[in-house]
Design a protein around this ligand. Structure first.
Ligand code: HEM
Ligand SMILES: *[C@@H]1O[C@H](CO)[C@@H](O)[C@H](O)[C@H]1NC(C)=O
Ligand SMILES: *[C@@H]1O[C@H](CO)[C@@H](O)[C@H](O)[C@H]1NC(C)=O
Ligand SMILES: *[C@@H]1O[C@H](CO)[C@@H](O)[C@H](O)[C@H]1NC(C)=O
Length: 639
């Protein structure tokens, strides 16, 4: 052990000497900013560290005496912003600070005012494009570009996300939510069965919704395949696909899509044609999936072109359809010259892919974590159900419409639950921005003026969501482990009257060109809590804010309505007690509570300790099993 220790010390020493000069230079540059600085021994967001820190951190914790382990040590965990929330900012005593390591300077921002300056000064604070190259598998796109190229892509994609598409999202979400619910509650709808891996199911759900609303492909769920594909015509004119690959394909659309998106990180390692020849099966599968999905997209693209050429299906509710139509690529030369002349097919496929990618995992997570939070907080769940009863007034699901139901859902407890989940578990914990090399940028906090040096990576930190300055709280709340009210799930905080509220989010960005705006509809509800601008950024903000915001909101609220109209969600406790044993324990009694508490403690632990991001924040290698039971048949209700 001692020789290992000595060796490690030597390695660290050599490394430090070697990097000393760059570090000194970075520290000097950081100091010129006037902002607080933390010095780090290496870049915590390098590929190497991201891939291996779970091995090193526990080792270092044992090696380094606790008196040496200050804040710098905590910041070695790339997920610190999620795990520690606002505390590091409080400890440093500033809502903006810099970290300096030998290879980079990084700024972390949890101040709403500064966030707004950054998101509205698009040219001063561009996205660090080197972080986005992996998204270009099929072509350049609206996520991975900047400047005038980005404008072109945003103009191309924005019109697709109109209210017509939102309507389709609403209908499709209700359709697939019913399938999801049936999967979870069983054919008899009793729901007395454990759902082992709800995350996998919500992922599938989001994929299927985006497949239809994005690409006009209605995927059939595996558990419904027999009846749907062989039974009566499904009614929808969308392309219907199941498990069997059509002629000319090696994978079904469903499989290609899931394999591609679930294993996307491998596409960074090597280009798809090489992956397809790798000795590792997983690589080959991904490689094939990339190629297969590309082929499907090509086919869809052709079919859409024909549709439009022949005047069929010109409704264009799906994103891809309106993308193609809006591109002017359809061959009418006069139309083409009106649009960007440089537009190519790869631009369409590139955007199709990135919309698919951006649109499914984030939404699936939001849904998954909402369900877990609700299972942990019965009172909030009950309030959600009561609120839905009032909103829906027993109306049959088939009569729900986007126009009628969505605005009401968006004004009530369902939206509060969604908002609160996205506050605590912002899927993208550090929204990346930067300053260009040699272009330092001034910022102001109140009447203080500071400078972010040039060549800096900036993270808009999810810690702003837990900055007590911005969130209404019950100040007398004292949680365990030093948690404050801002650190806990309390959707009710959104249901307060805000008299002096400022306007929020995307709605009041002054786009210099209205075609860039994207989602229609204001992001505000008249009488509810409106966060200070810049303090609530699950969808980012400003020019580069999420174009699928409304899409996601519609989807999530529709699922809530379908599930909680008739069902409740509970933590599954199979690990600690069988159904028969639970049955014997008195309802609402101490014994049941003890069993439930074990499940709740495990959930708490997993949420706090085992979450990590690849692109978005997720549980890795762990599941939180749930149960969906008919309302009134809950097993774990404790007042
Ligand atoms: C709860 C769900 C969602 C969350 C939390 C979310 C979050 C975000 C965030 C934080 C960004 C900025 C990323 C950056 O700066 O790198 C973004 C951008 C984007 N999102 Fe979403 N998103 C969600 C759903 C969706 C959906 C459903 C779609 C499409 C169907 C979508 C499409 C996009 C696109 C195209 C961009 C790039 C916009 C641009 O740069 O102009 N997102 N999203
Ligand atoms: C669920 O309910 C059905 C019908 O009452 C019953 O036959 C079955 O044993 C129950 N399953 C579980 C896991 O409790
Ligand atoms: C092509 O452009 C011409 C002239 O602007 C127009 O009359 C025609 O309807 C267009 N065709 C299609 C398919 O859009
Ligand atoms: C959810 O957050 C948005 C801001 O993004 C706000 O306009 C809306 O009122 C919130 N919904 C509820 C129910 O508080």
């Amino acid at each position: 052990m001692t020789s290992f220790l000595a060796l490690s010390a030597i390695i660290v020493a050599v490394y430090l000497v070697h990097n000393y000069r760059s570090l000194a230079r970075n520290i000097a540059a950081a100091k010129s900013s006037g902002l607080p600085i933390i010095i780090l021994p290496w870049n915590v967001y390098s590929m190497l560290w991201l891939a291996t820190y779970p091995i090193w951190l526990p080792l270092l914790r044992n090696l380094i005496p606790s008196s040496w382990r200050g804040l710098w040590f905590e910041l070695l965990d790339p997920e610190w912003a999620y795990r520690l929330g606002y505390r590091p900012f409080a400890d440093i005593g500033g809502d903006v600070f810099l970290t300096a390591s030998p290879s980079r300077i990084q700024a972390f921002v949890a101040d709403a005012e500064v966030i707004t300056q950054i998101t509205t000064r698009r040219n001063d604070f561009p996205k660090p494009l080197d972080m986005y190259t992996r998204l270009d598998i099929y072509g350049k796109n609206v996520v991975s570009t900047e400047g005038s190229t980005w404008r072109m892509h945003r103009k191309l994609t924005a019109p697709s996300f109109g209210d017509k598409n939102n309507e389709l999202v609403f209908v499709e979400s209700i359709h697939h939510a019913q399938s999801l619910l049936e999967l979870w509650t069983g054919p008899d709808g009793r729901g007395n069965r454990t759902v082992e891996n709800p995350a996998a199911d919500t992922m599938r759900f989001a994929l299927y919704v985006i497949s239809r609303a994005g690409f006009d492909v209605r995927v059939v769920w595996p558990h419904e395949e027999k009846e749907k594909l062989t039974g009566a015509p499904a009614g929808a004119d969308a392309l219907l696909v199941g498990a069997t690959p059509p002629p000319g394909h090696k994978m079904s659309y469903r499989e290609a899509l899931s394999e591609l998106l679930e294993n996307i990180m491998w596409t960074q390692v090597a280009p798809p044609p090489y992956l397809a020849k790798s000795p590792f099966k997983i690589h080959r599968t991904v490689g094939t999936a990339v190629i297969e999905w590309g082929k499907y997209m090509e086919e869809l693209y052709k079919a859409k072109m024909e549709d439009v050429a022949s005047g069929r299906n010109t409704e264009g509710m799906d994103l891809f359809g309106s993308l193609i139509k809006g591109s002017g690529i359809m061959g009418n030369t006069s139309d083409v010259s009106k649009k960007e002349a440089s537009l190519q097919k790869s631009d369409l496929l590139g955007n199709a892919f990135v919309i698919m990618l951006a649109g499914h995992e984030t939404t699936a997570n939001a849904l998954h974590f909402s369900l877990i939070f609700l299972a942990m907080h019965w009172k909030s769940q009950k309030r959600l159900q009561e609120d839905l009863d009032k909103t829906l007034q027993g109306k049959l699901m088939k009569d729900w419409t986007y126009e009628e139901e969505f605005p009401r859902l968006f004004n009530g407890m369902a939206a509060a639950v969604m908002n609160e989940t996205l506050r605590l578990l912002q899927p993208i914990i550090n929204i990346p921005k930067s300053t260009a090399p040699d272009r330092p940028q001034p910022i102001t906090i109140g009447d203080q003026h500071m400078v972010i040096p040039g060549g800096v990576y900036i993270s808009l930190s999810c810690a702003v969501h837990r900055n007590p300055k911005y969130w209404p709280s019950e100040s007398d709340y004292r949680g365990t482990d030093g948690l404050n009210d801002v650190d806990r799930f309390r959707p009710e905080r959104w249901l307060v009257d805000a008299k002096d509220a400022s306007t929020s989010a995307a709605e009041n960005t002054n786009f210099d060109d209205e075609d860039l705006r994207g989602p229609s509809g204001a992001d505000t509800s008249a009488h509810l809590f409106k966060p200070v601008k810049g303090s609530y950024i699950p969808f980012s903000d400003g020019y580069r804010s999420c174009i699928g915001r409304r899409f996601a909101q519609v989807e999530i609220l529709a699922v809530f309505a379908v599930i909680f109209q008739k069902y409740s969600v509970e933590l599954a406790v199979d690990e600690w007690a069988s159904d028969a044993e639970i049955k014997k324990m008195p309802k609402g009694g101490k014994e049941r509570k003890e069993v439930w508490q074990k499940a709740a403690d495990r959930t708490d632990h997993l949420l706090r300790e085992t979450m990590s991001s690849i692109i978005t924040l997720q549980l890795r290698d762990n599941h939180i099993p749930l149960r969906f039971v008919r309302r009134g048949e809950e097993r774990f209700v404790f007042e």
